[in-house]
Design a protein around this ligand. Structure first.
Ligand code: ADP
Ligand code: MG
Ligand code: ZN
Length: 501
């Protein structure tokens, strides 16, 4: 058993230290085939069915670079405001691990395809932090080990391990930041916001499906602390296994409080990799960090250098889509949103859904109202992402349409949405099945109005005497009588007509 780490109170950490962050993000590209062979590039599947001599490292096999992957790397570099190398090479990173049959990973070392860029990241309160990008380089993914028989799923304590090489050789881009300084107490939030912004950018570029839960987007968080009077960076740890955006924030925060407690007692930080535990939000010690020399990098002799012509780079620049931040700005203007309304929309992750609902015919305000209020609450209760709710933007637009045509009141519309979420069918089907249509037949309403007026003659007199506001009580009675299925506006009109005549 390892001792439970002492942690320093977060406020004290901030008083005594300045955090420094470095984020390494690996993204699997969604190319049709792998990085250096023609095997299909797909998540999962029967183990070891998507392999060939090249990605298994068999003797005599030779790699060929996937042009689409290079294209993706350049587009990512351009979107991150990087320089694109005029000439660069792959290198062999030598080490043994069973998930890597060649005994080296084909990667890039001191000649990355893209370098010296930046990404502007917007925090929850609207503050913008510029994160500088050191490099984005191409490499290949490893296979997957499955450690069987242990309690943790890790190799320690396992009885045996199984290997699946389907993922071996999948194109990977590693994006590395320069040290991020000066963020103080917001360091954990900056880390999450950066990975979020990067994910949104990669999604807009359509180069990856960016699923952190499936490992197509992975983040390693380097954290160190500097005492307030220090002039040099402290020793960093690199936390791996950070599988969600929220975990990025938690892992950084945890490391800050753990390292501070050690440093405050005169201890020193070991440069090591650490593992994040989702369950309790702690990190645990991994292996001591090796240095670049340990890997015996050397240029890959089986692959030609990559020399993207400037014409090609400019062609690719022209393919860049509208960037997420540009889109946000445009949407804010088009939908006339306050900064706060835009933030609410972003915080619940509703931009795409609202846009699709508008596309399907709703007004931006109506669409926003449903997604940001009613549906965000539903997602919250069900503990799922908004996009995972069992209702489509087209269905939300249909409900909105039924309200504007007077077929549903807002109250009934909410019931219809409940029905759709419960899997009872499309909005119209739910209206039919649950019998939720507004009573729009005037003669039926008039009967209810007459009954309500007869039941409360004093109120009828008041209305007759000019106190139109008193009609509210009668409207209420009619709504009750029709089980909420009447259009309140029409009821009010009928009451005034009736009393006046
Ligand atoms: P490694 O090969 O060890 O993973 P990389 O250069 O790929 O190293 O990534 C290291 C990351 O850590 C980079 O983002 C870098 O900016 C950052 N970094 C470097 N020194 C420190 C430090 N002292 N504290 C925090 N982050 C650091
Ligand atoms: Mg690295
Ligand atoms: Zn292959």
């Amino acid at each position: 058993m390892t001792a439970v780490a002492e942690l320093m109170d977060y406020a004290e950490v901030i008083e005594r230290f300045d955090p420094v962050l470095g984020l390494e993000v690996h993204v699997e590209l969604n190319t049709n085939t792998k990085m250096f062979c023609g095997c299909v590039n797909e998540f999962g599947g029967e183990p070891n069915t998507k392999t060939c001599p090249t990605c298994l490292g068999l003797p005599g096999s030779l790699p060929v670079v996937n042009g689409k992957a290079v294209e993706g790397a350049i587009r990512i570099g351009l979107a991150l405001n990087c320089e694109i190398a005029e000439w660069c090479r792959f290198a062999r990173k030598n080490y043994f691990y069973p998930d890597m049959p060649k005994n080296f990973q084909t990667s890039q070392y001191d000649e990355p395809i893209a370098f010296d860029g930046y990404l502007d990241v917007t925090l929850d309160d609207g503050e913008v932090v510029r994160v500088e990008i050191e490099r984005a380089h191409m490499e290949e993914d490893t296979g997957k080990s499955l450690h069987v028989g242990g309690a943790t799923g890790r190799i320690h304590g396992a009885e045996h391990s199984l290997l699946d090489y389907n993922r071996a050789g999948v194109p990977l881009i590693e994006i590395v930041t320069k040290p991020i300084t000066g963020t103080g107490e917001r360091a954990p939030e900056v880390a999450r916001a950066y990975v979020t912004a990067l994910r949104d950018l990669l999604r807009a570029l359509d180069v990856s499906d960016v699923r952190m839960d499936q490992g197509s987007l992975r983040c390693d968080a380097n954290v160190s602390l500097m005492a307030k009077d220090a002039t040099e960076f402290g020793t960093r740890t690199e936390t791996k296994n950070v599988n969600s955006l929220r975990s990025v924030e938690r892992a950084v925060r945890y490391e800050m409080t753990r390292q501070a407690a050690i440093l405050a007692e005169g201890g020193s930080i070991r440069q090591e990799t650490r593992h994040f535990q989702e369950a309790d939000g702690t990190t645990s010690s991994g292996r001591a960090k090796e240095t670049a020399e340990d890997y015996r990098y050397f240029p890959e002799p089986d692959l030609v250098p990559i020399a993207p012509s400037r014409e090609w780079v400019e062609e690719l620049r022209a393919t860049l889509p509208e960037m997420p931040w540009e889109r946000r700005k445009r949407i804010q203007e088009e939908w006339k949103l306050s900064d706060e309304a835009l933030r609410d929309l972003l915080n619940v992750g509703a931009v795409d859904l609202v846009a699709a609902t508008v596309e399907a015919g709703a007004t931006p305000d109506e669409a926003r109202g449903w997604w940001v209020n009613t549906l965000a609450q539903e997602a919250n209760t069900r503990e799922v992402e908004l996009a995972e709710l069992a209702i489509t933007p087209a269905q939300v637009a249909e409900v909105i349409g039924l309200v504007s045509s007077g077929e549903l009141t807002n109250k009934l519309a909410k019931e219809v949405v409940q029905g759709v979420l419960a899997g009872e069918g499309s909005p119209r089907e739910v209206v039919e099945k649950r019998g939720l249509k507004v009573v729009s037949d005037d003669s039926a309403l008039l009967t209810a109005v007459d009954e309500a007026l007869a039941a409360q003659p004093d109120i009828a007199d008041k209305i007759r005497g000019g106190k139109v506001a008193a009609a509210g009580a009668i409207v209420g009675a009619v709504m009750k009588a029709t089980k909420g299925q009447a259009d309140a506006k029409r009821v009010r009109e009928l009451i005034i007509e009736r009393v006046g005549s």
